[in-house]
Design a protein around this ligand. Structure first.
Ligand code: GLU
Length: 300
């Protein structure tokens, strides 16, 4: 049996904080305990928000925590052609359509609908896409694109669901409602998700599943805030014909007032803690992990 493959996949759009430390250390510990491999992947598809200094800080902070990873590191911004190819494949199957409304227009459309009746929200609390772009004719689409209109490429969730079965996944951690074991995906809860935009030929959902498959990741261990995104990931894996990893969604590290940590709060940034003299061993204790010499890893 090939060894299990774990990964930590941060976005370099801010400094890593204690929540990232927990996720990275948990992945690294699990890989070490199981004789597995540990990969680091830089998820930098948002070229406007990702910055080289944040990427450099990721390498520095992880090394300080005592983590080592295989090289070369996969940087998503270097693989846009690969993601574009996948979008084209889905498009050729009639599973993708362009939508042209701006964010402001979408907000207005949602407000209009909500004035009449409640409008559905996705698991992150954002309203589902209310537009009618799916019913535009091919000529109308081509014309708008030729005019240079900005667009988002959306997955036609209805058509996609009609093509797929067996979207369940094995959850070794727990979802927000305690979901564990075999979990049934419900990608329809997200509506027609965006898979790419005119200026960015991919999205988080698309590149994460492609890369996990290309890198032979067997265990996706990440924060519970991404639990329901797994529904979309399972759907894409089925549509793209790629394997299903095991998932383990772990608890989130919260601040003193019980909020999820944010990259914009300097107080829990690893480099700030380091500057204050906190040691890597203390970080392990702060996030509730046993010290590096013990072999068992606390659960989720
Ligand atoms: N890049 C994502 C983040 O920084 C994590 C993706 C994942 O682990 O699936 O939140």
């Amino acid at each position: 049996m090939p060894p299990p493959v774990f990964r930590f996949a941060p976005s370099p759009n801010g400094y890593l904080h204690l929540g990232h430390a927990y996720s990275a250390l948990l992945n690294f510990d699990l890989a070490s305990q199981q004789g597995g491999r540990f990969l680091l992947r830089i998820e930098d598809i948002d070229v406007t928000r990702c910055r080289p200094e944040f990427e450099a800080a990721i390498y520095e902070d992880l090394a300080w925590l005592g983590i080592s990873w295989e090289t070369p590191v996969r940087r998503q911004s270097e693989h846009f052609a690969r993601y574009r190819e996948a979008v084209e494949g889905l498009s050729a199957q009639g599973l993708i359509y362009p939508s042209f409304e701006s964010r402001a227009e979408i907000t207005r459309l949602v407000a209009e609908r909500e004035a009449v009746a409640p409008w559905p929200r996705d698991p992150d609390g954002a309203p589902l896409y209310p537009g009618v772009a799916k019913s535009l004719s091919l000529e109308q689409r081509q014309q708008l694109i030729a005019q240079g209109a900005p667009y988002a490429l959306r997955l036609d969730i209805e058509a996609a669901l009609a093509r797929t079965t067996d979207l369940a996944w094995r959850e070794e951690g727990a979802g927000p409602g305690g979901e564990h074991g075999f979990v049934n995906a419900s990608p329809q809860a997200w509506g027609d998700v965006i898979l790419a935009r005119k200026e960015t030929p991919t999205s988080y959902h698309l590149s994460v599943v492609i890369d996990d498959a290309l890198q032979s990741v067997t265990h996706v261990v990440r924060g519970r805030d991404l639990f329901w995104s797994t529904s979309v990931h399972r759907l894409l894996q089925q549509l793209l014909g790629i394997p299903r990893p095991v998932y383990r969604h772990h608890r989130l590290i919260e601040d003193a007032s019980g909020h999820k940590l944010s990259k914009s709060t300097q107080a829990t940034a690893l480099r700030e803690l380091r500057r204050q003299g906190v040691t890597a061993a203390e970080v392990r204790r702060l996030v509730g992990l046993p010290d590096g010499s013990r072999t068992t890893t606390g659960g989720c």
